[in-house]
Design a protein around this ligand. Structure first.
Ligand SMILES: Nc1nc2c(ncn2[C@@H]2O[C@H](COP(=O)(O)OP(=O)(O)OP(=O)(O)O)[C@@H](O)[C@H]2O)c(=O)[nH]1
Ligand SMILES: [Mg+2]
Length: 462
C-alpha cells in the first residue's frame, strides 16, 4: 500500500481509525466475506484496539434483545459514550428478516453519528460467524467506539463461542423460560455475567427469576467471585434499563483487574480456533490433491485405513515446508540422502560438524560393501559420508578412480517395484532389475549412472 498524503489515497484502515462510518461498513463487509483484505485490515488496526468495552447480549429468539439494545444505546449515549452494535443471528441462514427487524428496532439511533449498527449475515459455520463477529467488534473498537454491543440469538453451547468475544455476557430470558433455564443449565452458567428477565410486564417474570436464583444458589461463589445478578426489565418501556446499566458498571468495576486475563483467554481461544481453521484450509488448498480427501474418507469407511493414520499422513505432508510439499512426479520420489565418498574422514567431519555445525549419527558398518557409513540428518533428508574399511571396498575403488566427492544419491519411493517397472518402460538402464535388501529391512535398487547423467542413483523403499 502506498503512503500517499492525498485524501483520496488514504487506506481503508486509516479511514477506519478515523471513525469514518463508510469505511467501517466496508471493513465489516470484507470481514463478513472472509476475504484476505479483511484479515489484512484486522492486522493493520489490531494494535489500536482494546479500548472499547465489549458487551455480549444473548437470548432466545424474540426475547427482546434488540429492543433492549436500543434502550441501552439510549442510556449509554446519555452518558456521553459512543456505541457500536453487531447483531448476529446464527439460527437463520437468511437473515433478511432479522436485519430488517434490528434496523426497525434500533431505528431511533440511525441518524446518530455516535452510533454504528451492523447486522451480520450467516455464511457457513458458526466458527466462521464467531470469527467474523469478533473481528467486526474489533473494527468498531478501532473506529473509536467506547462500547460495542454484540447481540446474538440463542443460549446454547454453540453460542458460547460468539459470546466469548465479549468482556461481559448478558443472558436474556423471558417469563415462562424456566424450563429453558433448567435445560441449558451448564451453558447458561458458563456464559452469564448478568441475567436479564425481560418482558417483566408479563405474567411469570418472578418465577423465571426464581428458577435462575435456584440455579445460582447451587454455587457458593466463594473468594469474592462475581455472583451474576438478576435484573428484571421491560425493554419496550425502558423500565429496569438504568438498573441493568448499573449492574454492567458494577461488573466492570469488579472485574477491572481480571479483564486482561479474560481477554488473554479469549485470544488463546481465537488463535487456536484460527490456527485450526487455517490449517484445514491449507491442507485442502495445498496438501491434498482434488478428491483425495474424499478417497481417504472412503478408505476409512471401508476399514482399509483409520483416522489416526490418515491424520498422521496429512500432518507429515503438511509440514514439508512453508511453500507446501513440492511436486514429486509420478514416482512420488523424495530425497532420502546424498552419499559422499571421503578419503579422510577426520577432515570431512571437521567440515560437516565444526564448520556446518551438523550432527553425525553413530557410524554404521556395511560389511558386505567394506564400508562405514556416517549419517548426518539434514531436515527431511541426510548426507551420508562413506568411508572404505578395506582396500578392495567399492568406495576405495571409487576414490582411486574419481577421487573424493559425490558417490550416489538415494531417492525414497513408496513402491520400488512399481518404480522399477516404470523406469524400465522408459528405457532407463538399471543395475538392479529387481529390488534387493538394504539396511534396516529396506528395499533398494540402483539406476546405472549412464542413464542418470553421470550420477549413481539409488532407489529405496522403507
Ligand atoms: N411485552 C413486552 N414485549 C417486549 C418487551 N421487549 C421486547 N418486546 C417485544 O418482543 C418482540 C421481539 O423483540 P426483539 O427486540 O426483536 O427481540 P429479539 O430478541 O431481538 O429478537 P430476535 O433478534 O429476532 O431474536 C417485539 O415485538 C418487541 O416489541 C417487553 O419488555 N415487554
Ligand atoms: Mg434481535
Amino acid at each position: 500500500m502506498t503512503d500517499s498524503p492525498t485524501p483520496a489515497r488514504v487506506s481503508l484502515s486509516e479511514r477506519v481509525l478515523e471513525g469514518d462510518p463508510r469505511a467501517v461498513a466496508r471493513a465489516i463487509s470484507l470481514i463478513e466475506d472472509e476475504s484476505p483484505q479483511g484479515a489484512e485490515l484486522v492486522r493493520q488496526v489490531f494494535g489500536r484496539t482494546g479500548r472499547a468495552y465489549l458487551i455480549g447480549i444473548t437470548g432466545a429468539p424474540g426475547a427482546g434483545k434488540s429492543t433492549l439494545v436500543d434502550r441501552l444505546i439510549a442510556e449509554l449515549r446519555r452518558a456521553g459514550k459512543s456505541v457500536g452494535v453487531v447483531a448476529v443471528d446464527p439460527t437463520s441462514p437468511f437473515t433478511g428478516g432479522a436485519i430488517l427487524g434490528d434496523r426497525v428496532r434500533m431505528q431511533s439511533h440511525v441518524a446518530d453519528a455516535g452510533v454504528f449498527i451492523r447486522s451480520m449475515a450467516t455464511r457457513g459455520n458458526l466458527g466462521g460467524l464467531a470469527r467474523s463477529t469478533s473481528d467486526a467488534a474489533l473494527v468498531l473498537d478501532a473506529a473509536g467506539k467506547d462500547i460495542v454491543l454484540i447481540e446474538t440469538v440463542g443460549v446454547g453451547q454453540d453460542e458460547i463461542d460468539i459470546v466469548r468475544t465479549a468482556d461481559i455476557s448478558i443472558v436474556t430470558l423471558v417469563p415462562g423460560a424456566g424450563d429453558e433455564v433448567q435445560a441449558l443449565k451448564a451453558g447458561i452458567m458458563e456464559i452469564a455475567d448478568i441475567f436479564v428477565v425481560n418482558k417483566a410486564d408479563r405474567e411469570g417474570a418472578d418465577r423465571t427469576a426464581a428458577s435462575v436464583e435456584a440455579l445460582l444458589s447451587l454455587d457458593s461463589f466463594a473468594d469474592g467471585r462475581w455472583r451474576p445478578p438478576i435484573v428484571k426489565t421491560e425493554a419496550t418501556t425502558g423500565k429496569g434499563v438504568p438498573e441493568l446499566v448499573a449492574a454492567i458498571e458494577r461488573f466492570q468495576a469488579h472485574t477491572a483487574a481480571s479483564l486482561g486475563d479474560r481477554r488473554r483467554a479469549r485470544a488463546e481461544f481465537r488463535v487456536k480456533e484460527l490456527l485450526a481453521h487455517r490449517f484445514v484450509q491449507h491442507v485442502g488448498d495445498n496438501v491434498l490433491a482434488a478428491g483425495e480427501f474424499e478417497g481417504m474418507l472412503d478408505r476409512i469407511a471401508a476399514r482399509e485405513t483409520d483416522p489416526y493414520t490418515v491424520v498422521d499422513d496429512i500432518l507429515r505432508r503438511s509440514v514439508a515446508g512453508p511453500e507446501g510439499p513440492a511436486p514429486r512426479g509420478i514416482l512420488n520420489a523424495r530425497m532420502d540422502h546424498v552419499g559422499i565418498a571421503v578419503s579422510n574422514l577426520g577432515d570431512a567431519l571437521s567440515f560437516y560438524t565444526d564448520a556446518l555445525g551438523l550432527k553425525v549419527e553413530t557410524p554404521e558398518e556395511v560389511p558386505s560393501q567394506r564400508v562405514r557409513a556416517h549419517f548426518i540428518p539434514l531436515g527431511d533428508s541426510a548426507i551420508e559420508l562413506l568411508e572404505a574399511t578395506s582396500a578392495d571396498s567399492p568406495i576405495a575403488r571409487y576414490l582411486a578412480k574419481r577421487g573424493p566427492g559425490l558417490h550416489h544419491i538415494t531417492l525414497r519411493v513408496d513402491d520400488i517395484a512399481a518404480a522399477l517397472a516404470h523406469l524400465k518402460a522408459k528405457g532407463v538402464r538399471l543395475i538392479d532389475a529387481t529390488p534387493r535388501e538394504g539396511a534396516h529391512g529396506s528395499l533398494v535398487a540402483f539406476i546405472h549412472p549412464s542413464s542418470a547423467h553421470g550420477v549413481l542413483v539409488e532407489l529405496k523403499q522403507t
